[in-house]
Design a protein around this ligand. Structure first.
Ligand SMILES: [Mg+2]
Length: 251
């Protein structure tokens, strides 16, 4: 892997947040970046050759509160939400309809929680007993069929999300970012969830890194947990540092 990292002078680093940079927490509000992860991200973002993005299912405002690292760019709602992003009125209307529909048809079940993300509807089933999760899953499949093609369903760890079609997911968002960059850019995507798989799938010429164990994944590399992600980032930063200082001394 180090050889791949060294073979270029431009790196596009795309990082998921929960489960990748920070451990998954039952209460997503309790999550914060540790100082060592912060330090390596700050260093990575300072290099001329590297672009650093955090691409998460969280809203952009939420990421901003938690990250605040100069040079690290943030994309909310699976890569779609940038500053000023807004949905067409018909997609907003459809989301409102879906919200009313879920309020009516998704029964109040133990462990099931509906979150209105403004531009998406999330149904969490953390801690729900299996039969309950199944019932909720069935309701979400019906919602998907009813509101197709305006809305689509994205499954993550212990979460289903109904998303407007403008929010295409991390794979196409990653492709969009790559299009604006020189051909020799090495894209690196690090993520832990099924919602990251679409990005792994498009990275044929990059490094797709899955975080976690025992998962079926399209990624070609694996790291165990956010601690190993930090070590990987430190290693990458050392490679970039070394390449940039040797380029500088040769010029
Ligand atoms: Mg994640």
């Amino acid at each position: 892997m180090v050889r791949r990292l060294q073979a270029t002078n431009r790196w596009l680093l795309l990082l998921d947040f929960d489960g990748t940079l920070v451990p998954v927490n039952d209460d997503p509000d309790e999550v914060s970046l540790d100082p060592l992860a912060r330090r390596v991200l700050r260093r990575l973002a300072r290099h001329r050759g590297s672009d650093v993005y955090i691409m998460s299912g969280r809203r952009l405002a939420d990421l901003r509160r938690r990250v605040k690292i100069p040079g690290v760019r943030l994309l909310g709602l699976h890569g779609w939400e940038r500053p000023g992003a807004t949905l067409p009125p018909d997609q907003k209307r459809l989301l409102r309809q879906a919200k009313h529909w879920l309020a009516r048809w998704l029964p109040a079940l133990p462990g099931i929680e509906v979150e209105d993300k403004g531009y998406a509807l999330a149904v969490h089933y953390r801690g729900a007993p299996l039969p309950v999760a199944r019932v909720a899953g069935l309701v979400m499949l019906i919602a998907r069929d009813l509101f197709r093609p305006g809305l689509h369903l994205l499954k993550g760890k212990q979460i289903w999300e109904l998303l407007p079609r403008a929010i295409v997911g991390k794979g196409l968002a990653t492709q969009g970012l790559l299009q604006g960059l020189p051909a020799d850019t090495l894209p690196i995507f690090v993520g832990d969830d099924t919602s990251d798989e679409s990005a792994f799938a498009i990275l044929q010429h990059g490094l797709a890194v899955h975080v976690g164990t025992n998962a079926k994944t399209k990624a070609t590399f694996c790291l165990r947990d956010p601690g190993e992600v930090r070590e990987f980032l430190e290693r990458l930063e050392a490679v970039i540092s070394c390449k940039e200082s040797s380029a500088h001394s040769n010029s």
